[in-house]
Design a binder for this molecule. Structure first.
Ligand code: NI
Length: 247
């Protein structure tokens, strides 16, 4: 069930049977010469959309802009400051709590969001702990990176044994191509596999990684591979969400 395509009455009915919701969370940032700027938002969103067909799950709107300051040297990247992202996540949380949601499962598509998401959880729990009148409702957050399920990692390793990489990976590009086949881009990579290194600020990033990729050869990405990854990840998310909702 998708929140953006439901009526308020349908959400109210859902709350009678479950107080758990999944929120895809991503980023709008460059993904190399053939990757889409929306990659990190598209991946968790399509996986969640698939997963909600496998179990009783409400999928919220995608929190699509995250922390991507290090990608600002490339056109089209949009970022929040960590402090803005925390404030925004707290407002999403407060809105959902207002309706009775107690468990929020954040399905993440961007490694650069992890520290800030965890900081937002800490703020959220602190606000609850400081409250002089404790809420009768439970509050539980979970962060899950879509690519970090064991069964997803093993599939990506099998599909792309060489050059899956760290950023603009072949597997995430394949997922977006499966979602939007018309957006595929045929680009030859120079060098074939991008360099690796650590990340600081925007100028440094562009100097070290001139075409935006880190350690990857995303020209390997194929629609059929993306379809397999979506299926595998959706099954893992559906099972994990069921466990979370029962916890
Ligand atoms: Ni990405």
């Amino acid at each position: 069930m998708l929140l953006t395509q439901s009526s308020w009455m349908e959400v109210e009915d859902y709350l009678q049977r479950s107080t758990s919701i999944l929120v895809p969370i991503g980023s709008i940032e460059q993904h190399g010469p053939n990757g889409l700027l929306g990659t990190d938002a598209i991946c968790p969103q399509v996986i969640a959309e698939h997963a909600q067909g496998l179990t009783d799950m409400l999928v919220g709107p995608t929190f699509s802009v995250g922390c991507a300051q290090h990608h600002l040297g490339f056109a089209g990247t949009i970022t929040l400051r960590p402090s803005t992202m925390i404030a925004s996540m707290l407002d999403w949380t407060a809105s959902l709590q207002r309706h009775g949601f107690e468990r929020i499962y954040w399905l993440n598509g961007h490694g650069g969001n992890v520290a800030t998401i965890n900081a937002a959880f800490a703020e959220s729990y602190a606000a609850r702990s400081f409250a002089t009148t404790p809420s009768r409702l439970e509050l539980l957050h979970k962060l899950q990176n879509w690519w970090q399920f064991e069964q997803v990692m093993s599939l990506c390793k099998q599909l792309y044994p060489v050059g899956d990489g760290q950023h603009a990976t072949a597997s995430e590009v394949a997922v977006t191509y499966a979602a939007y086949p018309q957006a595929q881009k045929n680009v030859s990579m120079q060098p074939k596999i991008a360099p690796t290194g650590s990340i600081t600020h925007a100028e440094d990033y562009r100097r070290q990684f001139p075409d935006g990729r880190i350690g990857s050869d995303p020209s390997q990405a194929k629609v059929e591979d993306g379809e397999q990854i979506i299926q595998r990840a959706a099954e893992a998310v559906a099972a994990d969400f069921e466990r979370f909702a029962r916890s």
